[in-house]
Design a binder for this molecule. Structure first.
Ligand code: NAD
Length: 366
């Protein structure tokens, strides 16, 4: 086995640490805060108040599954302010907009040209300080930005080593306000990252180790925080899981469930984590021979099927969609869905998936 590992992100983890970003950015001058609209009147206001005028503007026009136009608008805000750095406080959507804008700001084109147009990304970037507010994407430790081009109907990741954050401050207190449905969906995204990073054809030992621990943490803690959102110990464990699962897939990349998730979100409007989980238990059974028994046993199950059943159970107990009918997918739409699921990430799946195999998988979800 031959592999490289490089994680250039400085990580600060702990309760009530978010405001440390103010001291960290002091030497850099004026910055732009990019944040989730939900946070504008809470943690964002607090951050601005203690920044002594250095964080003067907030960009919060970011929607779930952010669009290429939102990155363009963010670049406009950076230019207006002549910002020297970016602080991204929010879920994966906010962090992905910040990463993309931090690089595209140095280009001479709009985001679409880099996202789907094949244009090479600029080779410079503004520093980005990430403060995740969901236990979900792990975007704070990946070099990927997932954007949607609604006009072209394409949701796809864009990658560059320059998308690595400078610093990630993971403060579990910020996740206490995440509502149960979002807690479930983002938590299942964590599980998908860990499991897919583990069995990806590009898996490697450091990522395997973080994947195994993150998987166990999700099985132990997701229902706990779903049932009791104010359980700070459980929230802290889920933040650890999210960070570790981000590392788990950062190099191996995601596989079948993520490939399927893109059209499930794009066409059928499923939130990202729920879309990944929609096929996760099916892929656990399909990929059973990819060392999955070892992962299942480490996570407390005596068989691969028991772990797949546990994923299905997590989805059922948290009200996630389980069948094609739940998701509003008509039988006659399956061939089109299969075609759209043939995303490049499918090539990372340990079991080769052709159109027939994907169709079989979807038809099993009737
Ligand atoms: P999100 O950022 O879209 O947020 C989901 C919802 O939760 C939003 O309505 C938001 O307002 C709300 N929210 C966020 N933080 C909150 C808080 N603390 N309290 C209450 N509400 C809060 O969701 P996400 O799952 O974190 O991110 C999903 C996006 O990230 C998708 O576009 C997905 O494709 C992408 N993603 C990126 C990577 C990566 O490595 N870059 C990895 C996985 C997923």
């Amino acid at each position: 086995m031959s592999w490289n590992f490089n994680l250039p992100v400085k990580i600060l983890f702990g309760r009530n640490r978010a405001l440390e970003v103010v001291d960290l950015t002091k030497p850099l001058g004026d910055g732009l805060l990019i944040c989730d609209p939900f946070l504008v009147d809470g943690p964002a206001r607090q951050l601005i108040a203690v920044s002594a005028g250095r964080i003067a503007e907030v960009f919060s026009s970011v929607s779930p599954n952010p669009s290429v136009e939102e990155v363009d608008a963010c670049c406009d805000a950076i230019r207006r302010l002549d910002a020297k750095y970016l602080i991204a406080m929010g879920g994966g959507s906010v962090m992905d907009v910040a990463k993309a804008a931090s690089v595209i700001i140095f280009g001479d084109d709009r985001t679409r040209a880099y996202h789907t147009g094949g244009k090479a990304l600029p080779q410079k970037r503004l520093p980005v300080f990430a403060i995740p507010t969901t236990a979900g994407t792990g975007s704070e430790v990946t070099s990927v930005s997932v954007l949607t081009d609604r006009e072209l109907g394409v949701k796809a990741p864009m990658g560059s080593p320059l998308f690595n954050m400078d610093t990630a401050i993971v403060d579990p207190v910020l996740t206490l306000s995440v509502p149960p449905r979002v807690t479930a969906s983002t938590g299942l995204d964590v599980l998908a990252h860990a499991i897919e990073g583990y069995w990806s054809v590009h898996h490697q030992p450091i990522c395997d180790a973080t994947a195994m621990y993150a998987t166990k943490l999700v099985f132990q803690n997701l229902m706990r925080v779903y049932n009791n959102p104010q359980d700070i110990d459980g929230r802290e464990r889920m933040c650890e899981a999210s960070l570790l699962a981000g590392i788990a897939f950062s190099h191996p990349k995601t596989t079948g469930s993520h490939a399927c998730s893109y059209p499930l979100t794009n066409v059928y409007g499923m939130p990202h984590g729920e879309a990944c989980a929609f096929t996760l238990d099916a892929f656990i059974r399909i990929n059973a021979d990819a060392r999955v028994l070892e992962l299942a046993r480490y996570s407390g199950f005596d068989s691969v099927d028991a772990m797949a059943d546990a994923v299905y159970d997590l989805k059922r107990r948290t009200g996630m969609k389980l069948t094609l009918a739940d998701a509003g997918i008509k039988t006659e739409d399956v061939p089109e869905l299969v075609k759209a699921s043939m995303h490049p990430n499918m090539l990372n799946n340990p079991v080769a998936m052709d159109a027939e195999a994907i169709e079989r998988l979807y038809r099993g979800l009737q």
